[in-house]
Design a protein around this ligand. Sequence first.
Ligand SMILES: C[S@@+](CC[C@H](N)C(=O)[O-])C[C@H]1O[C@@H](n2cnc3c(N)ncnc32)[C@H](O)[C@@H]1O
Length: 168
Amino acid sequence: MILFDPAERMRAMASASVLPWSEQARIVDDANRIENGTLDAVVWNALWMCLPSRRDCAECLAEAYRVLRPGGLFVASVTHPCFRDRQFATFRTSFDMDDYWREGMPFQVTMFDGTYVVQFTDYHWSLGEMSRQLKEAGLQLHELREISDLDEAPWPRGVPWLVLVAKR
Ligand SMILES: C[S@@+](CC[C@H](N)C(=O)[O-])C[C@H]1O[C@@H](n2cnc3c(N)ncnc32)[C@H](O)[C@@H]1O
């Protein structure tokens, strides 16, 4: 298992949380250090919404394609673009669904766990756009999985998370 994140703080958090239970895990500070066609799977957990432009998305997807072996799996979790204006158990956003077609539209996310609240900017990529980007990168969309929310709060609901599974 290889873990990569450009942010030093995230790599430090990864080494603190992963290395104790995985001798095989390797943390790299540069994705170029991962050889072509060597990985069985690439997992993007909450990464796609951090990428501010189509070009950034295309470059990162090309990297995922490069390191995957033929037949390898690409798995990405994203906050569900079709329900981005809903309040969920652990986050809400400032996203206005009237902007659904405005690809790359920045929006504010407020994430909370009952004690802490953090705010940051994410970028909107619609379902169709993510599917297009996968195709342009040579990754064949294989499956979509919708992940339900944590609890049964009274507000109108939707689906907070979407997992896209594709194959090289
Ligand atoms: C919302 S955080 C998710 C972090 C981690 N995947 C997790 O599951 O906790 C998004 C992460 O994407 C990283 N990131 C931003 N641009 C990236 C890129 N081009 N390639 C890889 N990671 C990137 C950021 O540094 C940040 O740590």
